[in-house]
Write a protein that binds this ligand. Sequence first.
Ligand SMILES: NC(=O)c1ccc[n+]([C@@H]2O[C@H](COP(=O)([O-])OP(=O)(O)OC[C@H]3O[C@@H](n4cnc5c(N)ncnc54)[C@H](OP(=O)(O)O)[C@@H]3O)[C@@H](O)[C@H]2O)c1
Length: 339
Amino acid sequence: MYAALIKDNSITYGATEDPDISENDILVKVNTAGVNAADILQVLGHYPPPPGTVRDIPGLEYSGTVEKIGSKVTGFEIGDKVMGLTAGGAHAQKLAVNAGTALLLPKSLDSVEAGGFSEAFFTAYDALALKAGLSPGESLLVTGAAGGVGTAATQIGILWQCRVVASIRNEATRRRFEEHFARLKSMNSCHRDSRGSLLITFHNGATLTVTSPEGECLYQKYHVFLELLAGKHLSNDLEMSEKGARIAVIGLLESRAGDIDLSLLLRHHINIFGSTLRSRSNEEKALLSKRIGEDLLPYLVGKELSVVIDSCFPLAEVKEAYRYFRKGGKFGKIVLSAE
Ligand SMILES: NC(=O)c1ccc[n+]([C@@H]2O[C@H](COP(=O)([O-])OP(=O)(O)OC[C@H]3O[C@@H](n4cnc5c(N)ncnc54)[C@H](OP(=O)(O)O)[C@@H]3O)[C@@H](O)[C@H]2O)c1
């Protein structure tokens, strides 16, 4: 097969051996696979894959077709469409994954969307639903909102009738984000306020305010934070917390160090937590996959949720796709097409 190959801290495209499958695996002919910051870090040698994972092919999410089935696998047939998370190896024409972690897909689902779904939506759902217990009517701040996880978390907040504030630093990206959400069928009304932020209301009662990082503190205090930046943002979060707030630290794009006033934790009864998906066991990934299949997949099929796609590159142009990712300023996901 052909794959994106890590050589000397750089990414190339070339021929390599097809992966072997174990008795609990399926072999997937990859159709599309999303690009994530972790792939870039892995190429640079900063984020090695967990033990047992292919080391020289990046790629944490995929969609594709089942081509071979391990002897102990049940519930899959050759030709089934699947998508899911993996700890590495998805930026290739073929991928071996533990069958329990794969989600069966309706054939109608757009394959480019399916390739960019898992990392963003699993992360946002796990943090907001399972860890933070986000409830209808609560206020949610999403920082770094124009990327893959941010666009997923914003949509989940809207779906759950929350008061969402999406914070985006780059003005051009913010405009693309505004246009996207103002065009949704679920949109009820839309106006720009005196501070220049766009406020959108939705038929289900949810609201979305799109603002810059400086505007985050102007609208409301927050019950839940999806914190993709950390650093100095974390200390701001504490200042903007409702009593009993939950802060999910998922990314460290601003900085891994931060100076926080711990007295605010006590005063506002704040719960700060972090997590990663990649290091979880197949059993944990399978459980999460099952929840997503029940709670989110129907909305994706019904087009009430969508994967925001910035661009799709042929797998052979992986070097260019990674360069484009690193440049910043994208809206949503970058996906590689292996077909
Ligand atoms: N813990 C987990 O399991 C897990 C899972 C998935 C992702 N993550 C992490 O979560 C983060 C977001 O992932 P993603 O897929 O959404 O990434 P992404 O698609 O690259 O989006 C990141 C967004 O954050 C913005 N941003 C970056 N640095 C910023 C800063 N200092 N201040 C304000 N905005 C900033 C970017 O804006 P520009 O375009 O202007 O640069 C971009 O819109 C990454 O760090 C990723 O590694 C963690």
